[in-house]
Design a protein around this ligand. Structure first.
Ligand code: HEC
Length: 145
């Protein structure tokens, strides 16, 4: 009986090792699509990203404190105004798939500005969670380098 189990055990071990090796290889390669920005464009791009994080921080703080003004101001900063402020040089380099996630993200911030006038705080938090799906989706697909 024990003899017969050996090949099965061995196969399981080999499969296990190859899975680990494969995962590490993927990580080292970072399969996300590069936006291939110049050093200066990269700095501008990442500064915009950090401003979106500041918006999210303000929104979460605002919902916690039931401060509609703070939610509105924070969301507005990452809405259409930010979309328009993206430098042309950066915009022209961004692939269509990127814009298809990016543009609706700014629209969702604009929608939050409107919703924050009337929606209850729990609904606003749920909406913010949905908005943040966009951040997660894009970060999984693209990198700046
Ligand atoms: C359309 C694509 C896209 C969307 C949407 C997006 N990001 Fe990003 N973000 C990126 C990419 C690409 C990077 C660079 C990641 C890398 O190279 O590892 C990045 C980087 C960042 C960084 C790091 C900044 C730094 O200085 O290194 C922060 C913070 C960030 N994003 C916040 C957010 C937040 C918050 C949201 C959602 C409200 C968001 N991003 C939505 C594409 C996106």
């Amino acid at each position: 009986m024990r003899q017969r189990m050996r090949p099965i055990l061995l196969t399981a071990v080999i499969l296990g090792f190859s899975c680990v090796a494969h995962a590490e290889g993927d990580e080292a390669r970072d399969p996300r699509i590069s936006l291939a920005l110049s050093t200066q464009e990269k700095a501008q791009f990442l500064a915009e990203m950090r401003r979106m994080l500041v918006s999210i921080q303000g929104i979460v703080q605002g919902v916690g404190a039931e401060d509609r003004g703070l939610i509105i101001d924070s969301a507005r900063a990452s809405g259409n105004r930010m979309a328009r402020a993206t430098p042309d040089a950066v915009r022209n380099k961004l692939p269509r798939e990127f814009k298809e996630i990016g543009a609706p993200t700014h629209m969702l911030f604009e929608e939050l500005v409107v919703r924050a006038e009337t929606d209850d705080m729990q609904t606003l938090m749920t909406f913010t969670g949905t908005l943040m799906d966009q951040c997660v989706k894009c970060h999984a697909l693209f990198k700046v380098d």
